[in-house]
Ligand binder design. Structure first.
Ligand code: AOS
Ligand code: ZN
Ligand code: ZN
Ligand code: ZN
Length: 388
């Protein structure tokens, strides 16, 4: 067994970023259920994110999505976040919600639309300058619904051109993370469908471009931990969008569908040095809470990532290495299974107490009365949300 002080130190150093859009209302194409007390603007989303951090101690930043989180003064928004004990994390440009983007954004056959999309990406870098954010998190909905609809090759050229302009614009301490997704909203072909496409573009772009792995963006059966190990080794793993999926891009709570997969991913992170804050791997959540209350769902998600990380930290690397060198297949697998089977909840409760937190973040949140307060205070006005 690894020594607990080192395990705890690593757990304290891990930061898990919450997404502003997960605090707002969301849904499927069938229905967006309205919940009471949801934030009405970016400020209220940040206030809620601060609560997740207050009770977990490891969620000190919140990603924003532009224009969903548009405000007049981003420096002021960043100051507001600081006052609440959190920071603004990744800036997510939205180049998919306007009618102009029917045939794509930076890959659109129309140069006018491409310019509009690129301008928005560059505007988001200005926002990063104001908020002090490091990461521009790019996900493009670009793709084709029908064979022949547009030239797959030409679209790659347009993509390259736009991404290069963004890369050029980035400041010294800024990065662009390029997320991939194999389908949806385009169903025949996506312009950045997989990690290989994202990786190839990043390598060509330069050192400020890294791949973002959204755990829900893979075909069933994909070995995500292989992708993680590969990218980490090549120093191109920019970070994660964690969530769970049963069927498609379900955006359910991370660790809900397959905690063993999350553990296997975290094992590669731990063994590959990705937990070191200098490795630059950003642990972000990308979830939508359609039917469950948002803040408790995010607290639960943060705890699920922590549990998987704790188990990964308990992997006996010495015993694993020895078994691997000796070709002891069952022994090596047993080391992983032993770590996964360990109940790390007492360890995490102890860690929280050492950090001056309640050992049970969900119970502490429930007792705090915050849910009742926002339900009473946030009446009237439109709820800000996903697609808002
Ligand atoms: C979309 O499927 C991606 O996961 C993006 O990260 C997206 O911007 C985010 O989910 C907000 O809708
Ligand atoms: Zn995502
Ligand atoms: Zn997604
Ligand atoms: Zn997702």
């Amino acid at each position: 067994m690894s020594d607990y002080p080192a395990v705890k130190a690593a757990l304290r150093a891990q930061h898990i970023e919450t997404p502003s859009w997960a605090f707002g209302n969301s849904g499927t194409r069938f229905k967006v259920f309205q919940q009471e007390g949801v934030p009405r603007d970016a400020y209220e989303k940040i206030a809620d994110a601060a609560k997740v951090h207050e009770f977990t101690g490891v969620a000190p930043s919140v990603a924003v999505h532009i224009p969903w989180d548009t405000v007049d003064d981003y420096a002021e928004l960043a100051r507001y976040a600081t006052e609440r004990g959190v920071a603004i994390g990744a800036v997510n440009p939205n180049v998919f919600q306007d009618d102009d983007y029917r045939l794509g954004s930076v890959c659109n056959p129309d140069p006018v639309v491409r310019t509009k999309a690129l301008t928005h990406l560059l505007d988001c870098v200005d926002i990063m300058d104001a908020t002090g954010s490091r990461d521009l998190s790019i996900w493009l909905a670009d793709g084709l619904n029908y064979p022949g609809q547009d030239s797959i090759a030409d679209r790659q050229g347009r993509l390259e051109e736009a991404l290069a302009a963004v890369h050029d614009r980035l400041g010294e301490h800024q990065r662009m993370l390029l997320e991939y997704k194999f389908f949806e909203p385009a169903f025949y072909a996506t312009d950045v469908p997989d990690w290989g496409t994202s990786y190839a573009h990043c390598v060509e772009l330069g050192d400020k471009a890294e791949v973002l792995v959204d755990t829900g963006h893979h075909a069933p059966g994909t070995n995500i931990e292989f992708i993680v190990a590969f990218l980490l080794r090549k120093r191109r793993l920019g970070g994660f969008h964690f969530n769970s999926r049963f069927y498609a891009d379900d955006d359910l709570m991370v660790g809900a569908a397959d905690p063993y997969q999350l553990f296997r991913i975290m094992v590669e992170i731990v063994l590959g040095g990705g937990l070191d804050p200098n490795s630059g791997v950003a642990f972000m959540l990308d979830q939508c809470h359609n039917i469950e209350p948002k803040i408790p769902a995010l607290i639960r998600s943060v705890m699920n990532v922590q549990e998987a990380t704790a188990k990964a930290l308990l992997v006996d690397a010495t015993a694993l290495g020895k078994a691997q060198r000796e070709g002891d297949v069952l022994g090596a697998n047993g080391v992983l299974v032993d770590a996964f089977s360990t109940d790390v909840r007492p360890l995490l409760a102890e860690l929280r107490e050492e950090q001056g937190l309640d050992p049970d973040p969900l119970a502490a949140y429930r007792r705090s009365g915050y849910a009742e307060r926002i339900r009473n205070e946030r009446v009237g006005g439109a709820a800000a949300g996903w697609g808002a």
